[in-house]
Write a protein that binds this ligand. Structure first.
Ligand SMILES: [Fe+2]
Length: 492
């Protein structure tokens, strides 16, 4: 580390959290400092950060500003905000959801919405925020990327969950901003090992083999080719542990290992796959170090990776997990079922209007030559009397109808389906469980899937995420956030 105050020191904290420091200014990005993520305080399902690490908050440098890129729960964490000094400025892009801004303000922070593509000054940093684009995956289109520099050649661009911003490319071309030399990209493959009991685990015979997914690196790194002055690329992400304990981390979740493989065969910029605590001092030349306030548990990481190898071909999942409080009484279960059935009346046409809903309409699918008007199955465990209930979406009526297909025939009968606990689906409708929490949890989903990225993100869980998530249903998000704010404020 040099004592040049123009040096940018970047510390990787885990998953997609970074601390950028220059001179006496430090900026924390997408802070998750605890062991788990998620804002649904009533959820009993912990979502651990991978690789495991402990952040010593007492020894962490003082933070002047937080930049929050977007609302997703692997970026926006109210528990972490509750641990920060309330004098820390919180900066968000102009399109940050009100439900997010309101929750951070409720904890006592001042939140500033910043215009995109205009230069800001944050202490020693100059900064421009850029937006996601139409080329980004549907639910990532509100993301704010950030470009920070102290001197033209001392800079870092964090693309967060997005492709490279075309607006940034244009600004580089026209000289409005310096050409990036350091770029942070996200490895968001999140492909569980085969057999992993997890939502993403697609039990359909038309699932894509996740072991082929090394090709996704082309998408991750492709955009960098258009920025010829890039010298160093830092790969983050994939830092979540799916259903920890029984199954290990995602395939290709060890970014250090992946980077070593890429550097072996590449003549392009040097790729880093940092582990928590790794520090990079950008002040040509690059210096690499370790943050003494982050305790990265390499042994535990290696042990978890062995679990992935051992469970690679583990057979199909055991009983569905319960993510929230089970119904306290038979009466509560009956009442919840009535509410869920009422919701299904509106869910059917809403679902049919989504991208994945339009794909249900196909009548000549060679994979399902005998397909009738029922295309989608919703199976809920733990209904009244402890019995499961199930409904099929009938396309001739745009309605969910009761169904009695035996469970072992679900996948061959219905191209799309989802199996989860009734209490969990009900909790989503009540704003007690975030719909994206089920995305990271071991509920069971199936859908036809090819190597096309679009087909891998076009399924019932993403559709439900878009229907009940923060973007379309801020009322549900606000209820979840208000519960979290109450709980974390009480701890002070
Ligand atoms: Fe995201």
């Amino acid at each position: 580390v040099t004592d040049n105050e123009k040096t940018i020191e970047m510390t990787f904290i885990g998953h997609q959290t970074w601390l950028f420091a220059a001179g006496s200014t430090s900026v924390l990005v997408d802070p998750i400092l605890g062991a788990t993520f998620g804002n649904s305080v009533e959820s009993t399902f912990a979502m651990p950060i991978f690789p495991p690490r402990v952040v010593d908050l007492e020894k962490m440098p003082r933070v002047d500003a937080v930049i929050l890129s977007h609302e997703h729960i692997d970026h926006f964490n109210l528990e972490t905000f509750s641990l920060l000094d309330r004098r820390t400025s919180v900066l968000v892009g102009e399109f940050m959801l009100d439900s997010v801004v309101d929750a951070i303000r409720a904890l006592g922070f001042t939140v500033t919405r910043c215009p995109l593509r205009e230069e800001l000054s944050i202490g020693a940093f100059r900064c421009v925020l850029y937006g996601a684009t139409s080329a980004d995956i549907a639910y990532e289109r509100r993301v704010t990327q950030m470009y920070l520099w102290t001197e033209p050649e001392i800079n870092v661009l964090n693309t967060v969950d997005c492709l490279l911003s075309p607006a940034l490319e244009e600004d580089v071309r026209t000289g409005r901003v310096p050409p990036p030399r350091n770029v942070i990209v996200s490895n968001n493959g999140m492909l569980p090992s085969d057999g992993a009991r997890r939502a993403y685990y697609n039990v359909s015979h038309l699932a894509f083999d996740s072991r082929q997914c090394i090709t996704c690196l082309l998408d991750i790194l492709g955009g960098i080719r258009d920025l010829p002055e890039v010298e160093h690329v830092y790969m983050m992400g994939n830092g979540l542990l799916p259903w920890g304990g029984e199954y290990g981390p995602f395939a290709w979740a060890d970014n250090g290992e992946l980077a070593a493989m890429v550097n072996e065969i590449s003549v392009g910029p040097v790729l880093f796959g940092p582990y928590p605590g790794d520090q990079f001092s950008i002040s040509p030349p690059l210096a690499v170090g370790q943050a003494p306030w982050i305790d990265f548990d390499r042994e535990k990481m290696e042990a978890l990776k062995r679990v992935t190898d051992e469970t690679q071909d583990k057979p199909a999942p055991a009983p569905l997990p319960v993510l929230t409080r089970p119904f306290p009484s038979e009466e509560a279960a009956r009442q919840a079922l009535a509410e869920v059935e009422a919701e299904l009346v509106t869910l059917a046409p809403t679902l049919l209007a989504t991208d994945v809903g339009q794909s249900f309409q196909v009548i000549d699918d060679p994979n399902y030559p005998a397909l009738g008007p029922r295309r989608v199955l919703l199976y809920f465990d733990g209904g009244p009397g402890g019995r499961p209930v199930q409904y099929a979406l009938d396309l001739n009526r745009s309605a969910f109808v009761p169904d009695d297909t035996p469970r072992h025939r679900f996948v061959e009968t219905f191209p799309h389906g989802l199996a989860m606990q009734l209490c969990d689906f009900h909790a989503i409708l009540q704003g007690r469980l975030g719909v994206w929490d089920t995305f990271f949890a071991p509920v069971q989903c199936w859908f036809p899937e090819t190597t096309e990225v679009a087909s891998q993100v076009n399924h019932l869980l993403t559709a439900l995420g878009n229907i009940y998530g923060e973007q379309a249903r801020p009322d549900l998000a606000s209820k979840i956030n208000e519960r979290a704010v109450r709980q974390f404020s009480a701890r002070q």
